[in-house]
Design a protein around this ligand. Structure first.
Ligand SMILES: [Zn+2]
Length: 253
């Protein structure tokens, strides 16, 4: 299995980061992608990728932080994008629910990421909260390629819109929640070749760890819930999503 979205730099992992990576490997997670959310954490993501063989990095500016950072952060992110263990641009996107950052700033920052992703030929990892239509419009206007919809939350019609554009959809812990029937219906509509899985550690812990720190060794819980939502075998989903991640991020075998 490959965990396509973690924040391994998060202070929650300061006490036991090495053990967390070891536990992930023991649980069958053979690679993980850690994402930056500004210049400083993107730098940390790259350092972690240099330190841990199974860890790869993505660099970017989170939409909820876009108004807090300046040109210096963009320069750091752009410079890191060429690093050999940086396999994607992100985390970027639009967040219309958390407030704080004006929408125009988020949109302009997203456009900048799409251009960076195209310039370095690496895929784009996108965050979306309550911005479904604006996101599709901007990605299309900027000619985004290699799009990964991180923490895909549906609905089913959105899965179809994304699939029609060839965007990959990465499913996380919420698919395990008792009341997530609508999300499971959406997950069932994702084409095999566009399906990815993630934990978003340390956030969004799957059942029965909900509300506590999440970590990549919980990925099998996500894979099992995805498999059951799709009427597929967990082993097949593990294999298919790992292959999809290798292809998307051009990972070594
Ligand atoms: Zn994230």
């Amino acid at each position: 299995m490959i965990d396509t979205h973690v924040h391994l730099d998060h202070p929650d992992f300061d006490p036991d980061r090495e053990t967390v990576v070891a536990r992930a490997l023991a649980a069958g997670v053979c690679a993980l992608l850690t994402l930056g959310t500004d210049g400083r954490t993107s730098q940390k993501a790259v350092e972690l990728a240099e330190r841990f063989q199974p860890v790869y990095a993505a660099v970017g500016i989170h939409p909820t932080r876009a108004h807090l950072v300046g040109d210096a952060d963009r320069a750091v992110v752009a410079a890191l994008a060429g690093h050999p263990k940086v396999v994607a641009v992100g985390e970027c996107g639009l967040d219309y629910e958390r407030g704080g950052c004006p929408r125009e700033v988020q949109q302009e920052t997203l456009r900048w990421h799409v251009r960076l992703s195209r310039a370095c030929g690496k895929p784009l990892v996108v965050h979306n909260r309550g911005a479904h239509q604006d996101l599709l419009r901007i990605l299309e206007e900027e000619g985004a390629v290699g799009v990964v919809m991180h923490m895909f939350t549906g609905p089913a019609e959105y899965a179809e819109s994304c699939a029609g554009r060839g965007y990959r959809m990465s499913v996380g812990g919420p698919v395990t929640y008792l009341k997530a029937e609508e999300l499971r219906r959406a997950v069932a509509r994702i084409p095999d070749e566009l399906l990815l899985v993630e934990t978003d550690s340390p956030f969004a812990a799957p059942h029965p760890h909900r509300g506590r720190r999440n970590e990549p060794s919980y990925l099998p819980l996500v894979v099992e819930a995805v498999a059951s939502a799709r009427g597929q075998d967990a082993g097949a989903v593990a294999e298919q999503t790992a292959e999809n991640a290798r292809r998307c991020f051009d990972l070594a075998r």
